[in-house]
Write a protein that binds this ligand. Structure first.
Ligand SMILES: Cc1cc2nc3c(=O)[nH]c(=O)nc-3n(C[C@H](O)[C@H](O)[C@H](O)COP(=O)(O)OP(=O)(O)OC[C@H]3O[C@@H](n4cnc5c(N)ncnc54)[C@H](O)[C@@H]3O)c2cc1C
Length: 305
């Protein structure tokens, strides 16, 4: 086998996993296509010690830390196929080569599919946002909206008034009950049933949303829950089980980030219903350590025989 461990995806989760492997003095290869999920945002918030830095800067700092370890290798390569072979795994690369590993850490994140409303996609990460904890503070006090895709929007509309006066656009996705309306009203949130047909203003800033009946509602930020799916098919090829999450499927892992396939660990957004850079990094720490311990305590991958 070329490497003790191959990590597929070199962002918050993957680089944190690789650090544990590197510090265990094992060989680790990180395959990465350099398209982290938060690349649309000008600044990342809430990651300890890095609040407000550009996502690319944080990635560069994490890679620089790892580059100090001699048994770490990086390749700007997409993994396109993975299979179990003997006591390890074979990973096919987009460039047509192959690498082998005794263990795998999958950390390739998820893809977002956004609601198809004119003007929405171009504002993603600036004034159209997924998470108030990540980006709500910067919009604080200004009028905010939640664009519903399903009833989950209610939860966000209940939270959002702490960041600014809130309108829930139900968008035909669901009809709040009278109890839910009362709860929203108690939080000061308005409900608007007329669909949003466009976002307007000097993009990527948002000034208002246009409604189907011609009215415009001034807004500085619109929160949406995208639909998500894993960025790659590799886990399915390996036979890893998935679970249904609030925005899409994610990989089933145990408390140490082991997937349902022996020798394959997973961390970050593709293996969690809670997308967050710090949580992804923490899961990466668990996955990297668990993959290393598996080399020690199950060297022949007997549990998968
Ligand atoms: C617009 C936006 C803003 C956000 N802002 C914040 C914020 O401020 N604070 C916060 O805590 N969270 C934020 N998040 C969430 C955060 O981006 C994710 O939780 C975090 O990036 C997950 O890290 P990850 O390592 O799991 O995956 P990612 O960061 O998405 O990284 C996955 C990596 O795998 C690579 N990859 C994919 N497929 C392959 C393949 N086949 N082969 C090789 N490499 C591959 C990708 O190129 C990428 O580099 C934001 C999300 C969005 C959408």
């Amino acid at each position: 086998m070329n490497h003790d461990i191959v990590v597929i995806g070199g962002s918050f989760a993957g680089l944190s996993a690789a650090m544990q492997v590197a510090r265990a003095r094992r060989t680790v290869l990180i395959l990465d296509t350099n398209a982290p999920r938060n690349r649309y945002a000008a600044a990342s918030h809430g990651f300890p010690g890095q609040d407000g830095r550009r996502p690319a800067e944080i990635g560069a700092a994490l890679r620089a830390d790892l580059a100090a370890y001699p048994r770490v290798a990086f390749a700007s390569e997409a993994a396109v196929a993975a299979r179990r072979e003997w006591k390890g795994f074979v990973i096919s690369l987009a460039s047509a080569g192959e690498v082998t590993a005794r263990r795998l850490v999958l950390a390739y994140g998820v893809r977002d599919t956004l609601p198809d409303v004119p003007g929405l996609a171009e504002r993603w990460g600036t004034s159209v946002l997924h998470c108030p904890y990540c980006h709500g503070y910067e919009l604080g006090g200004q009028p905010l909206g939640v664009l519903a895709r399903n009833e989950m929007a209610l939860h966000q509309a209940m939270l959002l008034p702490d960041w600014g006066p809130t309108t829930l656009f139900t968008q035909g996705a669901f009809e709040p009950t009278s109890e839910q309306r009362q709860a929203l009203a108690a939080r000061g949130a308005r409900v608007e049933a007329t669909p949003v047909t466009a976002l307007i203003g000097a993009s990527p800033a948002l000034e208002a949303v246009q409604l189907a009946d011609g009215r415009t509602i001034p807004l500085a930020g619109l929160f949406v829950a995208p639909q998500t799916e894993p960025s790659s098919d590799l886990a399915r090829q390996l036979g890893c089980a998935t679970k249904d999450g609030p925005t899409g499927p994610y990989l089933e892992v145990d408390a140490m980030q082991a997937t349902t396939v022996a020798g394959v660990f997973a961390a970050g957004d593709l293996a969690s219903p809670m997308p967050n850079a710090t949580l992804a990094a923490a899961a990466g720490v668990l996955a990297g350590g668990a993959a290393h311990r598996s080399l020690v305590f199950d060297p022949d991958l007997a549990s998968a025989a």
